[in-house]
Design a protein around this ligand. Structure first.
Ligand code: BDR
Ligand code: CA
Length: 323
């Protein structure tokens, strides 16, 4: 794996915070050489996902730039995920007001220039793929410079529709550009992310850390998990999707994966936003274009989340207020 610092992949995290995106930022700050954070409309409108990214950057004293990007999908109408994350994208906690806003509104330009300047950078999208598709379209040389794309999205089943996962469903045309781009793609889809749950035991483990920063994370986890539990027939907590796209790069040993051809359905009446994963075993199937994560060692992945929360907590600028 090409990296700038030994053992730590250099990444740009393109996200739409979002409870699990927050944890992706925290984990990326611990296990990667984080070159920057870019934001996209997805779980909430762009102004809110950008604000939320700035909240977390300040809270953990992260020395990276935040650039906001696409306000709407390439073709589809904007659709958000208030039913999962609340209208703010981060309901459930009292968020501190960030001192610093976004560094620019040109996420696409930042992605292109950073990748040109630092060959070997990985793109890690954990929201709709609009910014990444725009960057690929605007800079045909982009993929010559990046190591690859490790994304959260898709799967053999859906969460927004029976067959479509939210990030792909929210901007299927952008996802089709990315999956069809020829980039080296790793996909953390719902099959693997639903193995990684924020259970009540795990929330209590974070609660026991008892600091202003980890208490904010505890409140976010409680909201996120209660929401998942109330919306499913049976699940033990929220699926912590997005950090797995980060961990797939930094700790590939935690995953089992297979190479498959994956296409994105953009027009089906019942299937738009579906990732069509060719799992046939006949020899005339299409050549694989995606490294599909199938299993995760969720205990080891959770231990890394805890380790990252401890590290972020040590840096955190949030202080207890006097009683
Ligand atoms: C994805 O959608 C969002 O709600 C989450 O942040 C995650 O990226 C899961 O389908
Ligand atoms: Ca997300």
């Amino acid at each position: 794996m090409p990296t700038d610092s030994p053992g730590r992949p250099r990444v740009i995290l393109d996200c739409d915070p979002g409870h699990d995106d927050v944890i992706a930022i925290v984990v990326a700050s611990h296990v990667t050489d984080l070159a920057g954070v870019t934001t996209v409309a997805g779980n909430a409108p762009l102004d809110r996902t950008t604000y939320n990214a700035c909240v977390i950057r300040d809270a953990i004293d992260l020395d990276v730039e935040v650039h906001s990007g696409a306000e709407r999908p390439l073709v589809a109408e904007p659709k958000f995920a208030g039913f999962v994350h609340g209208e703010s994208g981060l309901d459930g906690a009292d968020l501190p007001v960030p001192e610093r806003g976004a560094d620019s509104t040109d996420a696409v330009g930042f992605i292109i220039e950073t990748c040109r300047a630092s060959p070997g950078t990985w793109l890690v999208p954990t929201g709709p793929l609009t910014n990444i598709a725009l960057a690929i379209r605007s800079a045909p040389d982009l993929l010559d410079h990046v190591s690859g794309i490790s994304l959260m999205g898709g799967g053999t089943f859906g969460n927004r529709t029976p067959l479509a996962e939210f990030n792909v469903w929210a901007d299927p045309e952008a996802a089709a550009v990315v999956f069809g781009s020829g980039a080296d793609i790793t996909m953390a889809g719902l099959d693997v992310t639903h193995q990684f749950l924020v259970t009540s035991d795990r929330i209590e483990q974070v609660a026991a850390m008892d600091s202003p920063f980890t208490n904010m994370i505890t409140d976010l986890f409680r909201f996120f998990s209660e929401n998942y539990i109330s919306r499913h027939d049976r699940i033990r907590g929220a699926a912590l999707h997005d950090p797995l796209a980060v961990l797939a790069l930094a700790r590939p040993d935690l995953f089992e994966a297979v190479d498959r051809h994956v296409a994105v359905e953009t027009i089906g009446e019942h299937t738009a936003g579906m990732t069509v994963i060719d799992r046939r075993d006949i020899s005339d199937r299409e050549a694989p274009n995606v490294h599909v994560l199938e299993r995760v060692d969720d205990g080891a992945a959770w231990d890394l989340v805890i380790e990252a929360l401890h590290a972020a907590n040590r840096r955190s600028t949030l202080r207890r207020t006097a009683p």
